[in-house]
Ligand binder design. Structure first.
Ligand SMILES: *Cc1c(COP(=O)(O)O)cnc(C)c1O
Length: 350
């Protein structure tokens, strides 16, 4: 099978750097960033912090690294971090907080949009008792990946922030796709981070940069985070080559995310009309489409995905026995969406 990005719906991480990014990378002014002397990295960090409404930023090799550095900066051995049981940090980051930080995860269920229940969070906070781990950190996510990239509004973060304040918890927001949320809700991303102590967002997903995320927070927090990043081997040198693409990402690739959302909604609308697919298209609000094969379909998700790949060169991400994820991005245009819908109909209704 020949690989084409126009047929790859596994994730928005497959996006390729644009020509403008490659030019900016080739011409980037660089220095040694471990000395804080790479002007392009510094510009990216300042711009990222400004967008996030925070004092300072720190360039990271990945979103997972950004989250881990944040967690290691906020908490230490014997501390506990409350998080959604299906959050990216608990599921997909190799258990970093426990493995490398001695930090104990306290998973809580989430609702269908990815919200933690306020009473459940209150009840999860430990009292000061030598038998118990110390509640220290509340981890939030937006958009919420495992709930189909649902964009959570600022009011939810205000509620969670108030609980955190009452119990002296720090709040870190995994905002890998925070710009998708901001575009979907037509709000300033900074309005979603007012009640958190730190936030990470990815440049390498829908924003199309080849590499990188930025962790943002107070100047003091970022000063401490630099040590944790160095500890993890993330002190990069002439990283301005990468940061240059990130600056283009922030400058040129944010507003166009609305196209990815439109395509996802088109895909959802088309798939919902195919016999054998169960999907509520009104839940598709950003660039992720989650759909289920109905019980009478004789294929499971993995076999359906294999048929899409073998017969139609289309790649998707099976989530469990029935559930499948398709993500739209810069490589996908309206005509590709039609192709996908016909391929699904072909497999399911022959
Ligand atoms: C992609 C993603 C991350 C970080 O992923 P990396 O591949 O490490 O950059 C973190 N959280 C969420 C919700 C994500 O979707």
């Amino acid at each position: 099978m020949t690989y084409e990005i126009t047929r790859d719906y596994r994730s928005d991480t497959v996006t390729l750097p644009t020509e403008t990014m490659r030019t900016a990378m080739a011409r980037a002014e660089v220095g040694d960033d471990v000395y804080g002397e790479d002007p392009t990295v510094n510009r990216l960090q300042e711009e990222a912090a400004r967008r996030m409404g925070q004092e300072a930023g720190l360039f990271m090799a990945s979103g997972s690294m950004g989250n881990l550095v944040a967690i290691l900066t906020h908490a230490g051995r014997g501390d506990e971090a409350i998080a959604g049981i299906d959050s990216h940090t608990l599921l997909w980051e190799a258990g970093g907080m426990a493995t490398l930080g001695g930090i104990f995860p306290h998973p809580l269920p989430t609702d269908e949009d990815g919200r933690l229940d306020a009473d459940a969070v209150e009840a999860a906070v430990r009292t000061d008792n030598p038998h118990l781990a110390r509640s220290r950190l509340l981890l939030l996510e937006n958009s919420y990946g495992s709930r189909g990239g649902f964009p959570l509004p600022a009011s939810y973060f205000a509620d969670m922030g108030a609980i955190a304040k009452r119990h002296n918890l720090r709040v870190h927001l995994d905002g890998a796709r925070l710009f998708n949320t901001a575009v979907a809700l037509e709000c300033d991303p900074a309005s979603l981070t007012e009640h958190v102590d730190s936030v990470t967002f990815c440049l390498s997903k829908g924003l199309c940069a080849p590499v990188g995320s930025v962790l943002c927070g107070s100047s003091d927090f970022i000063h401490q985070a630099r040590r944790q990043r160095k500890l993890l081997g993330g002190g990069m040198r002439q990283a301005g080559i990468l940061a240059a693409a990130g600056l283009v990402a922030l400058d040129e690739m944010v507003d166009r995310l609305v196209e990815d959302h439109t395509h996802a909604f088109q895909l959802a609308t088309g798939l919902a009309a195919v016999d054998g697919i169960v999907l509520d298209r009104d839940r598709v609000r950003t660039n992720i489409v989650l759909f289920e094969l109905s019980p009478e379909v004789p294929l499971d998700a993995a076999r359906f995905a294999r048929k899409l790949a073998e017969d139609h060169s289309l790649l998707v991400d099976p989530q469990d026995d029935r559930l499948i994820r398709a993500v739209t991005h810069h490589g996908i245009e309206a005509r590709h969406i039609e192709q996908f819908i016909s391929a699904a109909a072909d497999i399911l209704t022959g």
